[in-house]
Design a protein around this ligand. Structure first.
Ligand SMILES: [Zn+2]
Ligand SMILES: [Zn+2]
Length: 665
């Protein structure tokens, strides 16, 4: 009992331990694939295809599968729902029994390749089944659901009258689309089969669209058959290579309903052994071969381009009467009278030749054309050095020319860093001034035009100062201090270093730089004397500017204007005689006040003597003095003249004065 329990527990543990591993083995995450347009996408989760799993998908669901490595399934696989199958690069998936995609269950199958397109799928209908390689079984299950192929190498072989891809025995198809990949679809061996599509009698036919890839469709009676109300299209941008063949003596390459024509077809399309370009300018996206016995003709006015990385192998025959452009590889020979152009891909240079032609924005050259290369202007700091050519067998001559080979060619101008050992030039140098900083200039290599040395700023220069001496003040005019003016920028400064700018010279002269006017003084009318009550106008002159006049002060008090007259020159104040008569005896001080100061002097009002005394005696003594003076003058005339000869006027005056004084005594 205990032993049994233990073994059950042990078994459970083992199952649990295995479960995650099983899940890991079946699910692949982050797998890339190319979509219908050839763009790489990533599928988050896909179920790995295994040899035991013969039912792909779930009804009404979208499921993803990936085939990796070698997988062989020994029976027919049934697709259910919307199944997406990725053929991983390098895989080899063989389904012996083929793949059933049923219209009745609305099943869909979409097949993708990866970046290199090397995944392979072989789908063979079983012998005697009458099934399609990929598609229907047989009536009532003969009609296939939607089949789309975007990449991979797919070989599908039907049985009986079953198509390679499409309807099984007596079946039709819903929709078959091929956007890429290499597809070989071969119908069953019985009379009436098609490579792709329906059978001779026809059943429900949708649209067969082959826009890309390389498709070989071979049936006993028809290559591609959409005759039962269906159409055959090459899509909007058809660039597929299609080989349609039939093996019976009677049949057709393409069969479609009578309402259709092939005017809109585009691609490289072979009917049996004869291939043509449909559309004006076709670039197949895959490498392909023109098999032996087959001839591809490029008609005049049409062109075929082999893209870079792809190869056209001419085992049969290529007749070019139009234009043939080779970006990739051409294996084999080209006949016909058309031109063959090989891609010439210049990098950092331009090419010129009479044999050059532009096509689809690329440059091509005819074989044997003499091509001249011109390097582009190198990036600053670099010089042209040499040419890098692929294939390396092509020799570039010293004059930068070469002969175009019969293969695509890339040529690149190679640069080397300039050693800067040639001529140099200084640019952008600027002398500093007192208003602007300067620049030492950048040094450039004239060979490669690179700046070798960056310059540096130069500080502003000091001002060039001109000294303007001070202007002394006068009584009537203010003066100003010395200052300086820059001869370059014309600015004014109050210091010799040019640091204290005078922005408003006139304002400065009237303000900080001002030297006040000299104080005024009385220049006429000093020491006048009158007698009390005497009506005599007294004049005083201040040397101040007339315009500076403010008032007159007498004995410290402002004198009313009615008591004096004011006249210009400089300031002449004349005290009114009537007013003067009112002044009391004594010494009086008169001040002429002006903006520059007060000019002051005194005058005397003498006391009036008693009538008859002082006045008369004064008059008498004066008369006496006059007499005496006259006498004295006469007596001393000779002496006076002698003195005049000996001395100046001052001395003379003094002498006279002395004489008079003496006489008065
Ligand atoms: Zn240089
Ligand atoms: Zn200056």
């Amino acid at each position: 009992m205990k032993k049994r329990l233990f073994s059950i527990v042990l078994s459970l543990c083992m199952v649990l331990a295995l479960m995650p591993q099983m899940a890991f083995a079946d699910t692949v995450t982050g797998i890339t694939y190319l979509d219908a347009s050839g763009a790489q996408q990533t599928c988050d989760n896909a179920t790995a295809v295994t040899e035991d799993d013969t039912t792909w998908g779930t009804d009404n669901e979208t499921t993803w599968y990936v085939a990796q490595g070698d997988v062989t399934i020994e029976s027919r696989v049934t697709v259910t729902g919307d199944v997406h199958l990725i053929l991983a690069d390098g895989c080899n998936l063989t389904v012996n029994g083929g793949i059933y995609v049923s219209r009745w269950t609305a099943s869909k199958l979409t097949i993708y390749g990866q970046e290199n397109g090397t995944g392979e799928l072989y789908a063979y209908a079983s012998s005697g089944s009458g099934y399609a390689g990929i598609g229907g079984n047989k009536e009532p299950y003969g009609t296939s659901g939607e089949i789309t192929i975007n990449g991979g190498n797919i070989t599908a072989v039907g049985d009986g009258i079953g198509a390679g891809i499409g309807g099984g025995d007596m079946g039709g198809f819903e929709c078959i689309t091929i956007n890429g990949g290499t597809v070989t679809a071969t119908g069953g061996n019985n009379g009436g089969s098609s490579g792709i599509g329906t059978f001779e009698g026809g059943n429900t036919s949708g649209t067969i669209t082959i826009s890309g890839g390389t498709v070989m469709a071979t049936g006993t009676n028809h290559g591609i058959d959409a005759s039962f109300m269906g159409t055959i299209s090459t899509g909007n941008d058809g660039h597929a290579v299609i080989f349609a063949s039939y093996t019976n003596s009677m049949g057709s390459y393409f069969r479609y309903s009578s309402s259709q024509n092939r005017d809109s077809w585009r691609g490289v399309i072979f009917e049996g052994n004869s291939g043509q370009i449909y559309g004006d300018d076709i670039t197949p996206s895959e490498s392909f071969e023109i098999p032996s016995d087959k001839t591809l003709t490029i008609d005049s006015g049409k062109s075929l381009t082999i893209p870079a990385g792809k190869t056209l192998t001419v085992t049969g025959k290529l007749t070019n009467n139009g234009k043939f452009y080779v970006d990739g590889t051409l294996n084999g020979t080209v006949n016909g009278n058309g031109d063959v152009y090989y891609n010439l891909a210049p990098t950092d240079c331009t090419v010129s030749s009479t044999g050059i032609e532009k096509h689809n924005e690329k440059t091509y050259a005819k074989e044997e054309s003499e091509i001249t290369l011109t390097p582009d202007t190198p990036q600053v700091g670099y010089l042209f050095d040499s040419w890098e050519v692929s294939p390396e067998s092509v020799q570039i001559n010293n004059n930068n020319s070469f002969t175009m080979p019969n293969e695509a060619l890339t040529v690149t101008a190679k640069w080397i860093e300039c050693p800067h050992d040639g001529d140099k030039e200084t640019r952008n140098a600027k002398e500093a001034t007192c208003t602007e900083a300067g620049y030492s200039g950048d040094v450039y290599c004239l060979v490669c035009n690179e700046m070798i040395t960056k310059g540096h700023d130069i500080n502003m220069a000091s001002h060039k100062l001109n000294y303007i001496p001070k202007t002394d003040a006068t009584v009537t005019e203010t003066g100003n201090d010395e200052y300086w003016q820059c001869t370059v920028c014309d600015k004014y400064f109050s210091d010799a270093e040019g640091t204290n700018e005078i922005t408003d010279l006139e304002g400065w002269k009237a303000g900080d730089g001002k030297i006040d006017k000299l104080p005024p003084e009385i220049i006429e009318g000093k020491g006048q004397s009158i007698t009390e009550g005497e009506k005599k106008a007294l004049s005083f002159t201040s040397n101040a500017a007339y315009s500076d006049f403010i008032r007159v002060e007498l004995d410290g008090s402002e004198l009313s204007e009615e008591n004096y007259e004011k006249a210009e020159g400089s300031i002449i104040i004349t005290l009114d005689a009537d007013y003067v008569a009112t002044l009391p005896a004594g010494e009086h001080t008169i001040g002429i006040v002006s903006e520059s100061g007060t000019a002051t002097t005194t005058f005397t009002v003498a006391e009036k003597a008693a009538p008859g005394t002082s006045d008369d005696s004064d008059r008498d003594s004066k008369a006496d003095a006059d007499k005496n003076a006259k006498t004295g003058d006469d007596a001393n005339l000779a002496l006076w003249l002698a003195l005049m000869l000996l001395a100046g006027a001052g001395i003379t005056g003094t002498t006279i004065y002395t004489r008079r004084k003496r006489t008065n005594e």
